[in-house]
Design a protein around this ligand. Structure first.
Ligand SMILES: [Zn+2]
Ligand SMILES: [Zn+2]
Length: 67
């Protein structure tokens, strides 16, 4: 799956300020926008991490949450 949009700011990967969005701090934060369509996702923080759901592309979970 290619990431077309930045999951933190919702801009295209080209337009995203990578220094602001791709750093150690944001790597721990749940995504706010779908990487495929830039829709706002429904984010739920769980004890193990987070899940984020796009109404069109379904659920994404943090890596630590995956079994
Ligand atoms: Zn960004
Ligand atoms: Zn989506």
């Amino acid at each position: 799956m290619d990431e077309l949009y930045c999951v933190h700011c919702g801009r295209t990967v080209e337009q995203c300020d990578a220094a602001a969005c791709r750093n150690a701090r944001t790597s721990l934060e749940p995504p706010r926008f779908c990487a495929q369509c830039a829709r706002r996702m429904i984010v739920q923080v769980t004890p193990n991490g987070w899940t984020a759901r796009c109404s069109r592309h379904g659920e994404t979970a943090s890596r630590s949450h995956q079994v």
